[in-house]
Design a binder for this molecule. Structure first.
Ligand code: AMP
Ligand code: GLY
Length: 427
């Protein structure tokens, strides 16, 4: 089949890498792509916001499947526009993408389907929010309703901090995303990411991961898109996975279908593993970045076929996803300044040396070509390795990091620390 992949980050490089290995994929195009993706796909210039241009391209190139990497085009209804023209898309409709696009929507769905999640209040004015804060304990979680690139969440330790966060959101601190806010009870526990693939009827688990959102070692400092991840997440045991499927994911898919908004694509559940069992923190309507990189490193099937079956509503007939029984770990190399203003243009070398260590280096924010590669974003490279344990995968990934010459970049040195500690205790 001919495939068009939309996006240009590390997640999309991992998807392109796997799609290019699919026996059923013939020709792979990517827009906008990046220099890493260019090694496995033909890059084309297309604006995902221009739905008719994307549809015209699909027509001209006989595209059988469009894979949408990031959330923004999905929330914007790209999948609806393409499906209206008879094009198969891996990714949810605009209505279904509200699971990521609106926190208030997801909270209401949890209420109606009885899905375990943090207690909450939805507020559309500052006065209402200030009043509601008094009904929550501390810390209290304050979230902008809409998409805020993972930055619209404040965990306030004091009432003052909470008041300030509320005032900032209503003053436009997160743009339109903060016109409405959700206050939440603070959940205690360990976080894990759980992925499921669904065509709106059939749901299959697609692995687990844990990421490190904070920029600093020991999970400190400002939030980022993610500084590293590993898969699987052993804290999400088989029993907890079954509970997450039964209590959270299946009721979500069933309720969305019953309400006339069938969800199709990957559903990424951010879970808190509390003493009362897994609770939903948030949904995303796409793969995690960098969680996708570690999932793809372990996935052992024909990705293009799985995605096409999902897009066509034929997931029931598809082969169940199979993963390598190994640990995968990815270290994000970021440009100095990230998550603030990252330094652009820093020269990168030594990727061959990293690959010689047995790692796969996904490009997240690079520009240039094989002769002269430079940093062109906050998160720049995802150095990914497999091992028989997280400890082994971590050691291999950091040996590969050491081979990379990127003087204007940095990375955390402790990706996977929780699991490495647990593995040390077990041995
Ligand atoms: P979100 O954008 O909803 O994933 O929130 C970002 C991060 O904030 C999550 O990954 C959690 O670490 C934290 N967080 C969000 N909601 C809660 C909550 N109710 N209790 C504790 N931590 C939370
Ligand atoms: N790494 C977190 C996310 O993709 O949302």
């Amino acid at each position: 089949m001919n495939i068009l992949l939309l996006g240009g980050g590390g997640r999309e490089h991992a998807l392109a890498w796997k799609l290019a290995q699919s026996p059923s994929s013939r020709k792979l195009f990517a827009a906008p792509g990046n220099p890493g993706i260019a090694q496995c796909a033909e890059l084309v210039s297309l604006d995902a916001g221009d739905h008719s241009a994307v549809a015209a391209f699909c027509e001209a190139k006989d595209i059988d499947l469009v894979v949408v990497g990031p959330e923004a085009p999905l929330v914007d209804g790209l999948a609806d526009s393409l499906r209206a023209g008879g094009i198969a898309v891996f990714g949810p409709s605009k209505a279904a993408a509200q699971l990521e696009g609106s926190k208030a929507f997801t909270k209401a769905l949890c209420d109606s389907a009885g899905i375990p999640t943090a207690a909450y209040a939805r507020c559309t004015s500052e006065a209402e929010a200030l009043d509601a804060i008094g009904r929550f304990g501390l810390p209290v979680v304050i979230k902008a309703d809409g998409l805020a690139a993972g930055k619209g969440v404040v965990i306030a330790q004091t009432r003052d901090e909470a008041h300030q966060a509320v005032a900032n959101m209503f003053a436009g601190g997160f743009g339109e995303a903060g016109q409405e806010i959700v206050l939440e009870e603070f959940l205690e526990g360990e976080e894990a990411s759980f992925f499921a693939i669904t065509d709106g009827k059939t749901v299959v688990p697609f692995g687990s991961a844990q990421d490190h959102k904070r920029v600093g070692e020991g999970d400190t400092g400002p939030n980022t898109g993610g500084m590293g991840a590993y898969s699987p997440a052993p804290v999400l045991t088989e029993q907890l996975t079954e509970r997450a499927m039964t209590d959270i994911v299946r009721p979500t898919v069933e309720t969305m279908a019953a309400e006339g908004m069938p969800y199709s694509g990957v559903l990424y559940a951010g879970l808190m593993l509390t003493n009362d069992g897994p609770k939903l923190i948030e949904y995303n309507c796409r793969f995690g970045d960098p969680e996708c990189q570690v999932l793809m490193a372990r996935y052992r099937g024909d990705l293009a076929q799985l995605m096409l079956a999902t897009a066509r509503g034929e997931l029931e007939q598809a082969q169940a996803p199979q993963f390598e029984d190994a640990a995968a770990l990815t270290v994000v190399m970021a440009a100095n300044g990230y998550p603030g203003t990252p330094e652009k243009g820093g020269v990168i070398a030594g990727l061959d040396g990293a690959e010689a260590e047995g790692a796969t280096v996904f490009h997240a924010g690079t520009a240039g070509d094989a002769n002269r590669l430079v940093a062109n974003g906050g998160r720049v490279l995802n150095v990914t390795a497999l091992g028989s344990s997280v400890t082994e995968a971590q050691a291999k990934a950091y040996r590969a990091v050491a081979a990379i010459d990127f003087p204007s970049g940095f990375c955390r040195r402790d990706i996977g620390w929780r699991e490495v500690e647990r593995e040390a205790q077990q041995s």
